[in-house]
Design a protein. Structure first.
Length: 399
């Protein structure tokens, strides 16, 4: 069994569904797609696991003989499919981490949407699954990949919590002992039902391609800043207030290509300077981002910080946001962490150019749309990914 530590916040969050829609040129029969899906699932340890919660409230990945991952054939539009599926809780206690939907309205093209619980992996993980799936569809072998986690034993040794953070964790853990309770999957189901009765999300996708994309990439290369920084500058140039911008970051230490949630995050606060050009603002934002990313303490702070709290308190914070549970301690911590209150103004995950091949024999991966979940501590969620000469930027927000 593998203990769930740094990703504990994903366990009771009621919106943890990651989506990637893939457009594949080429046609395959239903039985071929089903066989490829299950063969790809079998090649990842995490997709053959389930989540268990013990009597003390500790959670683990454990072996699952018959995981509940599924593939379904139906016509869909991505925003409608997400809205339909987001309120249906993944039965992670039965090994359900992944749902696949296939639309074959065009005889020469398939639209395949992969919906995954965040405990099954991060955005890069889902890309690696898609690659394995398409390899299997092309009758290629996909190597078996064990479950690897970012936890307190595998994080860089020099990542340590500052004194104020240690004091805060110790204080909240002590106060929580008076109200402590262990939550289970029945609580999770009730929280989902309660939350999604009054919530739903919508997705809007923007496409940048061809000469427009080339010109923007050229501007970034000439200016020496990243495309994410440039995108942020574009988005906030008409906003006079300081913006709190969250950035999901790949936390893989060894560049592994397995499936698990190995994402971490940083944030920057910036007010767009109208006396500077768009390029100059992007340069400043990029400098701020790189400074934090280079600092190991900043890069992995949130993972270590959250793993130090009593895990049942982390659960309680998520259930506070869902409206299912309330205590003075969890409510105060939820406000402090920005769960449903002082959320990030913008939260961006940029998968950059997809780190997978695009040609698989007679099949060609021509397009990807990436939609991160609207997590409890965010409101304007943006997912970006590039394939070929096309970049999709998906906005995911509550309606």
């Amino acid at each position: 069994m593998y203990r769930i530590e740094t990703e504990r916040g994903d366990l009771f969050d009621v919106n943890m569904m990651i989506t990637i829609q893939a457009t594949v040129c080429g046609s395959a029969a239903e039985n071929e797609l089903i066989a490829a899906f299950h063969e790809a699932v079998a090649s990842f340890e995490i997709l053959n696991s389930k989540v268990v919660i013990d009597d003390n409230g500790d959670a683990f990945y454990d072996n699952c003989a018959s995981p509940g991952n599924s593939i379904v054939f139906k016509d869909f539009e991505i925003s409608d499919l997400i809205r339909e599926q987001e309120c249906k809780r993944f039965k992670i206690e039965d090994g359900e981490f992944l749902r696949c939907f296939v639309s074959r309205t065009n005889s020469d093209e398939m639209k395949i949407c992969f919906l995954m619980h965040h405990l099954g992996g991060d955005g890069k993980s889902l890309l690696y699954f898609i690659e394995a799936f398409l390899k299997c569809l092309n009758c290629e072998k996909s190597e078996y990949r064990k479950l690897l986690l970012l936890d307190r034993t595998t994080l860089p040794k020099d990542v340590k919590l500052p004194l104020f953070a240690k004091w805060m964790v110790k204080s909240y853990n002590r106060k929580w002992q008076k109200e402590r309770r262990v939550f289970g999957f029945n609580d999770m189901s009730k929280a989902y039902e309660m939350f999604w009765q009054t919530h739903s999300t919508t997705v809007r996708n923007e496409v940048t391609e061809g000469s427009e994309l080339k010109e923007k990439l050229k501007t970034c290369k000439t200016g020496g800043f990243g495309f994410t920084s440039y995108t942020i500058a574009e988005m906030i140039q008409g906003i006079p207030q300081v913006q709190d911008i969250g950035l999901a970051v790949d936390g893989r230490i060894d560049s592994n290509r397995t499936m698990s949630n190995q994402a971490t995050g940083i944030s920057v606060k910036y007010r767009y300077d109208r006396n500077k050009s768009l390029v100059e603002n992007a340069t400043v934002i990029d400098r701020m981002m790189k400074r934090k990313l280079k600092d190991i303490g900043f890069r992995y702070f949130i993972l270590l910080f959250m793993s130090e709290f009593d895990p049942t308190l982390v659960d309680a914070v998520n259930l506070e946001f869902a409206g299912y549970f309330h205590s003075d301690v969890s409510a105060k911590l939820a406000r402090l962490l920005g769960y449903g209150h002082n959320t990030k103004d913008i939260s961006i995950t940029n998968l950059t150019r997809a780190d997978i091949q695009t040609e698989y024999g007679k099949y060609l991966l021509s397009d990807l749309i990436f939609v991160p979940p609207v997590v409890s501590y965010g409101k304007n969620i943006i997912g970006m990914v590039t394939v070929g000469n096309r970049l999709n930027k998906a906005y995911h927000v509550y309606r």
